[in-house]
Design a protein around this ligand. Structure first.
Ligand SMILES: Cc1cc2nc3c(=O)[nH]c(=O)nc-3n(C[C@H](O)[C@H](O)[C@H](O)COP(=O)(O)O)c2cc1C
Length: 338
């Protein structure tokens, strides 16, 4: 049985964006592991105290000499040991992690328990675990590395105790007005969905595909979802062959990249996607073409489906073509599911 340890660090119970995204992650994880166990710690509801002189002495003592002082720390470490996957949802507070999350780490990062001090350096003792960090913030990362000490800290401290396989999900612009906030939310949700799409949920590959062919086609599919959720028609058109054809029942057929770009720009003006999830079922190669069929699930913002263009569940057929620059979308078709 798999175990998910979920740590929520937001001080807010209602209206917390990072908790809401952690809810989505947990729902996807439970879909993937229906028998799995979830251990949930909300640091706002159940705070971990800051370190004290007595506690540090207890950590340094051995066996019975520790007394009851280290009981909470022992319990938190035991939860961590039991976990196969650790999920941390954490907002940026004044450029860093919320202090309750720092206190949680101060209780679980313990010499001889989760790391060892060895002659040639420190060694993390928690092998074989994966972690996902949902890092939320009100604004945008400036890219200077001086306004977000949270993400580097979390990666470093998890690696310190031996958890090196860490997926970072960034949820930005939570303090921005709609539709900026909604678009940023959809992008973060897509990052979570892609974590689950990655493991085993790919199509059945029929015919000769090299590893590079598969990677390129997977990247096209991922790039398409990113571009659609961000409403970036240019990025979407860049994934397409020069003579791309878009065939959607009830709408005029579109042929050629220029017409495709215009059509998508118009579409994104009138439709805002909350999520776009693809489940490729099979892909078959025939020469320099590959034909994929699958299902796509589309969620629109309340006001974002003006004209009712999109059904929530669609079957799709895509043709990819191997062009000089690599694989590209050549034909995009979709039909609503009954
Ligand atoms: C005390 C405090 C400090 C914050 N500091 C930052 C910051 O340094 N940079 C930033 O982009 N957002 C900052 N924010 C915004 C939060 O990161 C943002 O509102 C986030 O969505 C909060 O998480 P939650 O929605 O899960 O509660 C701060 C918010 C609070 C309450």
């Amino acid at each position: 049985m798999q175990t998910l340890l979920r740590i929520d660090a937001s001080a807010r119970a209602d209206g917390s964006h990072t908790r809401a995204l952690a809810d989505h992650f947990q729902a996807r994880w439970q879909e993937a592991c229906p028998e799995g166990e979830v251990i949930w710690r909300s640091l706002a509801d159940d705070p971990v105290p800051h370190l004290t002189d007595g506690l540090i002495q207890a950590f340094q003592a051995s066996g019975d000499a520790r007394g009851a002082a280290s009981h909470l720390s022992d319990t938190l470490i035991e939860e961590l040991r039991r976990a196969d996957h650790v999920l941390i949802s954490s907002p940026l507070y004044n450029l860093n992690v919320p202090s309750p999350l720092k206190a949680w780490f101060d209780h679980v990062v313990r010499s001889g328990e989760t790391f060892a001090a060895e002659p040639d350096g420190y060694r993390g003792l928690l092998d074989g675990k994966r972690a996902t960090v949902i890092a939320g913030r009100g604004g945008l990362d400036s890219g200077t590395g001086t306004d977000d000490f949270q993400s580097p800290y979390l990666k470093a401290i998890l690696a310190f105790i031996g958890i090196e396989a860490v997926d970072m999900v960034t949820l930005e612009e939570t303090a921005m007005p709609d539709p900026i906030r909604l678009k940023a939310w959809a992008c973060a949700r897509l990052q979570v969905d892609r974590l689950f799409g990655r493991d085993g949920a790919g199509p059945r590959w029929i015919g000769e595909f090299s590893d590079d062919d598969r990677r390129q086609i997977d990247d096209l599919r991922g790039g398409q979802s990113d571009a659609i959720v961000k409403g970036d028609a240019r990025a979407y058109a860049d994934l397409c062959a020069e003579d791309i054809q878009l065939l959607i029942p009830g709408r005029e057929a579109v042929a050629g990249r220029t017409a495709f770009l215009e059509a998508e720009e118009q579409l994104f003006l009138h439709a805002t996607f909350a999520s776009f999830r693809k489940r490729p079922l099979s892909i078959e190669r025939s020469g320099n073409l590959a034909i994929e069929v699958g299902l796509q699930e589309v969620a629109m913002d309340d006001d974002g489906n003006r004209g009712g263009i999109f059904a929530s569940r669609q079957k799709y057929t895509h043709v990819f073509r191997l062009c000089e620059s690599g694989w590209r979308f050549a034909v995009l078709m979709s039909n609503p599911c009954e």
